[in-house]
Design a protein around this ligand. Structure first.
Ligand code: NDP
Length: 246
């Protein structure tokens, strides 16, 4: 279509499934160049091959967002390959819900490392380039779950609330560099996310709630909407959910 998306270089973390994959497909179809990061290399490589085969421009690089050097390498490689980075989408995440009393300390740490530190590492990797360019767009993925905590979601909600605060703080700080910031807060979308739950009973409950989940393209369209705005318009936050979700 229109506008402010075609030709842009967009780096997406967690591009191997769900929202990241759907966004890569959508933005590529709209003419963006997409740089795909995730741990499952086969998946992002297959997606890059498919997009390139269909006339798009895509590139895959294995990236674990819990390692700041790997995130920096992803962004550095994007800039070396395509000359710039227009958009970073900090999308990688997991949601291993469980009540705090079950003391799933490994799950807590993984959630914080990916959902919170991973976002910071993305910002650290992209910001120097975007400052130099005097242009850029950082898109972070929070959640409806970052606005409201429920039993079992405390640690996930804490990381997603942190993403809201980091995004708003970033927005205020990077204005002088003409860098836009957007945070997306989706409700239930059908992806592999419930697979990250390690407690079987909790997983079963969440899967029940996810029966009302909407397709991942809903997220991709919201991302495209934010990017497509003219440079002087910054869509700060988009909250959306299935029409039937509480
Ligand atoms: P999926 O489980 O389908 O995808 C998660 C993605 O994150 C995968 O591509 C996975 O790739 C990647 N990932 C996980 N750990 C790491 C890591 N250490 N390094 C790099 N990548 C990693 O779930 P979604 O697509 O739903 O999740 C995407 C984002 O959307 C998350 O931040 C999630 O919290 C958020 N969200 C999702 C909602 C939903 O209902 N689906 C609602 C609200 C927010 P790999 O395993 O190959 O590394």
């Amino acid at each position: 279509t229109s506008n402010n998306l075609a030709g842009k270089v967009v780096v997406i973390t967690g591009a191997s499934s769900g929202l990241g994959e759907a966004t890569a497909r959508h933005l590529s179809a709209e003419g963006a160049t997409v740089v795909l990061g995730a741990r499952r290399t086969e998946r992002i490589q297959a997606l890059a091959d498919e997009l390139n085969g269909g006339g798009g421009k895509a590139f895959a690089l294995q990236t674990d967002v819990t390692d700041a050097n790997q995130v920096k390498h992803l962004v550095d490689t994007a800039v070396q390959t395509y000359g710039r980075i227009d958009v970073l989408i900090n999308n990688a995440g997991l949601m291993p819900h469980s009540p705090l009393e079950r003391l799933k300390i490994d799950d807590w740490n993984r959630t914080i490392d990916v959902n919170l530190k991973g976002v910071l590492y993305g910002i650290a990797a992209a910001l120097p380039y975007m400052k130099q360019q005097h242009a850029g767009h950082i898109i972070n993925v929070s959640s409806v779950g970052g606005h409201k905590v429920r039993p079992g979601s405390a640690v996930y909600a804490a990381t997603k609330a942190a993403v809201l605060m980091i995004s708003e703080g970033l927005r205020q700080e990077v204005k002088p560099y003409h860098i836009r910031t957007t945070v997306l807060s989706p409700g239930a979308i059908a992806t592999e996310l419930p697979n990250s739950i390690t407690e079987p009973d909790i997983a079963a409950n969440v899967r029940k709630l996810y029966e009302a989940a909407i397709p991942a393209d809903s997220f991709a369209r919201a991302v495209a909407f934010a990017i497509c705005q003219p440079d002087d318009v910054d869509i700060n936050e988009i909250v959306f959910r299935p029409t039937s979700q509480e």
